[in-house]
Design a protein around this ligand. Structure first.
Ligand code: MG
Length: 377
């Protein structure tokens, strides 16, 4: 089964806020879907965490490496493509775009063998997983309105991040966390400083003091408390913090994760399947981490396709407790036909159908992209 074409499908018009100091507008292109079509008409869908301009440019370089090749040998094609692009964007737009192609090829492999991606990754350790709702911090008076819809949907854990946290005062940080804990009761609370924000002002001393405060409110983990490249401070912080430390959502390529894992810089590692190089890379990172006692909790601030890939991944690693679920993002909520429901215990079923196991809402994909995709051509 040969690859016939690879299409760039930009999502625009409902791009969600990221909490960044340089905030996005709804019409900004930040997430781009990829459609891979085979000669038999079977298709797969992937997602890329970058603008459609960069994906279009990357596809000009990558298309000749994929078109006419076997759609069932995605890992080899992805690896060869990346190794051939040392001088043309490897680790950047090329790797981001390869993420989308890789996810789509896993989807095709699953559909053509009638197996879920989780089975093809070696087998399913679980059929359900707890999602946590990922939300942006607001001032204490506004937090209830931000958090209540997630609690009504059945989430048993909420992560609050970015906004004013770490950007105004330690007093404000504690007031927001205190209010969130009151609202949540004994449900799980995670805190994401968003240290990958541009010009993040805080360093180790702020992070260790803040970690101490978070421990008093029973926070499950403290995410991105430091600049994303500062592995030296992360190692110290992980050693001395009384709450678990998480990070690495901005890294690409499995090799970049190795020092963070082998040197013990985090307790939880958070590769993003839509930028790290796809399911193939994310799966390897999760296993490297597992062997060093670090749990993989996929970064999910992307699209429904990214979440679908994460669900398959967490089914196929021995230890997994959470997936990130970005609440209220139309590129997640509106792209499924069979939107996954959270059960009474706070779990999501992991699809068992072939490939990613999702029925996509092609009308809504067309609404955001202007491009009509199909399951089969
Ligand atoms: Mg984060």
């Amino acid at each position: 089964m040969k690859i016939k074409s690879i299409k760039c499908v930009p999502l625009r018009g409902a791009t969600a806020k990221g909490g960044w100091s340089n905030e996005l507008k709804p019409e900004d292109s930040l997430h781009t879907l990829i459609e891979v079509v085979t000669e038999t008409g079977l298709t797969g869908i992937g997602s890329v965490f970058t603008s459609s301009d960069l994906v279009e440019g990357s596809l000009q370089i990558l298309n000749p490496l994929f078109i006419g090749e076997s759609a069932l040998e995605g890992q080899r094609l992805r690896e060869c493509a990346e190794q051939s692009q040392f001088w043309r964007g490897r680790g950047g737009a090329i790797t981001h775009t390869l993420s989308g192609i890789d996810i789509a090829l896993w989807d095709i492999l699953g559909k053509s063998t009638n197996q879920s991606v989780g089975v093809l990754l070696g087998g399913k350790y679980r059929n359900k997983i707890k999602p946590y709702a990922s939300l942006l911090f607001e001032v204490p008076e506004k937090l209830e309105a931000v958090m209540q819809p997630a609690l009504e949907s059945g989430f048993k854990g909420i992560k609050l991040g970015w906004g004013l946290f770490g950007r105004q005062s330690s007093k404000m940080d504690e007031a927001m966390v205190k209010k969130a804990r009151e609202i949540l009761g004994d449900r799980s609370l995670m805190v994401d400083a968003g240290g990958s924000d541009g010009c993040w002002p805080n360093t180790y001393k702020w992070a260790i003091n803040t970690a101490d405060m978070l421990k008093d409110y029973g926070v499950d983990w403290f995410e991105e408390p430091l600049r994303p490249d500062d592995i030296f401070s992360y190692k110290k912080l992980r050693e001395h913090s009384r709450v678990p430390i998480s990070g690495c959502e901005v890294l690409t390529r499995r090799q970049s994760f190795l020092p963070w894992i082998t040197e013990g810089a985090v307790d939880y590692i958070q590769p993003d399947v839509t930028k790290v190089g796809g399911i193939s890379e994310q799966h390897k990172i999760a296993w490297y981490a597992y062997d060093f006692g670090i749990e993989c909790i996929p970064h999910g601030w992307n699209t429904a396709v990214g979440l679908a890939a994460d669900l398959q991944l967490v089914s196929a690693i021995p230890t997994a407790n959470w997936v990130e679920y970005m609440r209220g993002n139309p590129y997640i909520d509106d792209l499924w036909l069979n939107t996954p429901k959270i059960d009474a215990d706070g779990y999501l079923d992991i699809p068992n159908e072939p490939g990613l196991g999702i029925n996509w809402n092609y009308d809504n994909i067309e609404k955001f992209s202007g491009i009509l995709l199909k399951e089969n051509y």
